[in-house]
Design a protein around this ligand. Structure first.
Ligand SMILES: [Ca+2]
Length: 246
């Protein structure tokens, strides 16, 4: 029995001496509560910072981050077949298109179309340039036509009413032949009365050449560059959405 008692070890959980002091226990609890509040505060601040940064990332836009991008040297005969002599149609070769806004003139939406080249007058065909988008399930766009006599029928923004009918509005413009850049400046009230947070979706751009004369009107599209990607996953067929900033 004696040897058994000698080898027996009994462990009794004894709190650390410091925890036996009631004041110290209360002090540690207070410190823990303060730390918890600080951590929660940091998490809230981090969430607010991410929320502030994220819209800038999503919005993008402008010439450095265009909503619509396209290959070059990709104009197609009747919109289907590529061909070698692309230099003949570089004025309808779409490079990119984007939307933009100015905080000092928040009532306007700017739409830009960048081509490889532009001409003030075509040789014979009608050149047509368009940028399209959807808002509230309605199709909108901007359009410009160039004829052998120069700009025809002006710069317009439109709403597609269906059955080949359109609500059209003349808009401000810049036609920069040197930069190959077409700019439409459209009053937001004319294209769905856009406001902060509205989103333009299924964006696309197009340029084409087709016969035209005053008596017969427009003919079929002979040469065409369309940014819409028919053979692509559904979410890659159109350009990026644009989020209205003002
Ligand atoms: Ca192109």
């Amino acid at each position: 029995m004696i040897s058994f008692e000698k080898n027996l070890r009994v462990y009794i959980p004894v709190p650390p001496p410091t925890l036996l002091n009631e004041d110290k226990v209360l002090f540690l609890l207070e410190v823990r509560e303060k730390m918890k509040k600080k951590v929660i505060g940091c998490v809230v601040v981090a969430i607010l910072m991410v929320s502030a940064i994220l819209p800038c990332v999503v919005m993008g836009g402008g010439p450095d981050d265009p909503e619509i991008e396209d290959n070059v040297f990709d104009v197609k005969f009747v919109g289907l077949w590529g061909f070698f002599f692309q230099f003949l149609v570089k004025h309808i070769d779409v490079v990119s298109a984007w939307f933009d806004e100015d905080s000092e003139n928040p009532e306007y939406l700017t739409v830009c179309l960048q081509t490889r080249s532009l001409v003030e007058r075509t040789e014979s065909f009608e050149a047509l340039y368009k940028v399209n988008w959807f808002f509230n399930h309605e199709r909108y766009g901007v359009i410009l036509k160039i004829h052998p006599d120069g700009i025809f029928a002006g710069f317009e923004a439109y709403k597609d009413l269906g059955n080949n009918e359109y609500e059209r509005h003349e808009c401000e413009r810049i036609f920069d032949v040197e930069q190959g850049l077409i700019t439409w400046r459209v009053a937001k009230e004319l294209i769905g009365d856009l406001g902060l947070g509205d989103v333009l979706t299924t964006t696309s751009a197009c340029a084409l050449l087709r016969p035209w004369d005053a008596t017969t009107g427009e003919g079929p599209d002979i040469f065409k560059d369309l940014t819409f990607q028919m053979i692509a996953p559904p979410d890659e067929r159109y350009g990026e959405d644009y989020h209205i900033k003002y």
